[in-house]
Design a binder for this molecule. Structure first.
Ligand code: HEC
Length: 174
């Protein structure tokens, strides 16, 4: 019995090797450009931030056109959450936690907007638009000055108000 089973498995394996060689070629090789489109994570220290730049003045019209329908005028909230604090975090209610009173790292904002927003059309914004929206939201949250330019150099240097509100599990990594 045992021997027969082993033989069976052996036959199946050699058969699949033969089929692989004759496969219908459904897969295509992944090119570096394909991978780059998915490889968009930005680390807290800013590694991975692309070229480009933007200011709040450039972000305001983009926000009005592509974000306000859900997040409300000037980030005050609508069908989707507010993007600026209504006050300090006092409970576990997620709606209280916003960019200005909760998010510890500025670069997350760029990463999040670029990969996830607008909700119904993620990954459609240019890098300049994402920098501009990031600047706009940081100004609304009173984290940067109105004319500050956000780019790969300046954004990682922005210190978020709640930067020290988290227990750092692995010191030196944020
Ligand atoms: C169709 C509705 C819709 C549009 C348009 C939209 N968002 Fe969102 N957004 C959401 C939803 C839903 C969430 C996740 C749940 C929540 O926070 O309400 C979210 C979450 C966010 C968050 C995280 C909020 C937090 O503190 O957790 C940010 C930042 C954000 N959106 C920015 C933007 C920007 C910038 C735009 C415009 C480019 C945009 N959104 C357009 C629906 C939308």
């Amino acid at each position: 019995m045992f021997t027969r089973k082993c033989l069976g498995i052996g036959l199946v394996m050699s058969a699949s090797v033969a089929y692989a060689a004759d496969s219908p070629n459904l897969g295509t090789p992944v090119t570096p450009a394909d991978i780059a489109a998915w490889d968009i994570s930005i680390l807290p220290d800013g590694r991975g931030l692309p070229a480009g730049s933007g200011t709040a003045a450039q972000g305001a019209p983009i926000y009005a056109q592509k974000c306000a329908a859900c997040h409300g005028e000037n980030g005050k909230g609508g069908t989707a959450s507010a993007l600026l604090p209504r006050g300090p975090v006092t409970s576990i209610n997620g709606a209280e936690r916003t960019i200005g009173n909760f998010w510890p790292v500025s670069t997350t904002l760029f990463d999040y907007i670029r990969r996830a927003m607008p909700w119904q059309q993620p990954k459609t914004l240019t890098n300049d638009e994402v920098y501009a929206l990031t600047a706009y939201l940081l100004v609304l949250n009173k984290v940067i000055g109105e004319s500050d330019v956000m780019n790969a150099e300046t954004l990682p240097k922005v210190r978020m108000p709640n930067r020290d509100g988290f227990i750092v599990r692995f010191p030196g990594k944020m």
